[in-house]
Design a protein. Structure first.
Ligand SMILES: [Zn+2]
Length: 259
């Protein structure tokens, strides 16, 4: 019976290993019952006005949004293009980048764009985190933006679009409305799919009240500015005006559908 004990331990060890492997292989939503994972769908949050994906309207307005900056190479190029076409956009900035490049954040605001909160470190809320971590991600960014621009932003976009009740609530308590993007306007420019592909995505799908997702920081050589060089004149020719997300939302409030 000398060998019996080790064999029992071995079996238990194996079971534990198997359980750990199963646990780690599950997708985030199933691995956790945390309220940080989306437990309710778009309809629920959209009806309550807790999250904005787009703002359907009769006016020809579109909101261009740029995430993950400011970036010393890409942001100035994009700002120059926006200015050339009298376009106003919304920049969902990272707090740590604003601290690195406060003059770029200041320029965004000075040129009439909206600056918004995209967390401090680009943290994904796709697994359980504490309220403290969420608050810190939001408020550190708040402070960085305030120092750089003198403004308190009102829009929040969780990195990767990962949201849940706790994220929506935490943002709301910090004075924010959560904003995502039109599902038909995810350009995936962060993945550098090719300038033509970005252009085609936006131009084929463009409709009133769209919130288009771009990035003014991309790993590697960005194709975003080159795509904008085609997108901005074409949508202008079609009669679209480019406004900030807050401006877009104001038009929904003042002009109900049918007007
Ligand atoms: Zn991002």
């Amino acid at each position: 019976m000398k060998w019996a004990k080790p064999r029992v331990y071995t079996s238990i060890t194996l079971i534990v290993i198997v359980l750990l492997l199963i646990g780690s292989g599950l997708p985030p939503a199933a691995a956790s019952s945390s309220s940080f994972t989306p437990t309710r769908g778009r309809d629920y949050y959209e009806a309550r006005g807790d999250i904005v994906w787009e703002v359907p309207m009769t006016e020809k307005l579109i909101a261009l949004t740029f995430d993950d900056g400011p970036d010393p190479e890409e942001t100035p190029l994009i700002l120059d293009l926006l200015s050339q076409y009298q376009a106003k956009a919304t920049f969902f900035v990272l707090g740590k980048k604003v601290e690195q490049y406060p003059e770029l954040a200041a320029r965004e605001v000075l040129e009439g764009h909206e600056i918004a909160n995209h967390t401090y470190t680009h943290r994904y809320f796709n697994r359980p985190i504490t309220r403290e971590v969420l608050n810190s991600e939001i408020t550190r960014t708040d402070e960085a933006i305030l120092r750089a621009t003198g403004q308190k932003p009102v829009l929040f976009r969780p990195p990767g679009g990962y949201y849940g009740q706790a994220v929506v609530d935490g943002a709301k308590q910090a004075g924010y409305k959560t904003v995502l993007w039109s599902w038909h306007q995810d350009t995936e420019d962060w993945n550098r799919p090719g300038t033509e592909k970005i252009i085609r995505k936006v131009l084929t799908n463009a409709r009133n009240g769209d919130i288009i997702l771009f990035h003014d920081h991309v790993e590697g050589k960005s194709q975003t500015a080159a795509a904008l060089q085609k997108i901005l004149p074409e949508l202008s020719n079609r009669g679209y005006r480019f406004v900030t997300v807050s401006e877009l939302m104001r038009h929904k409030e003042s002009k109900p559908a049918g007007n």
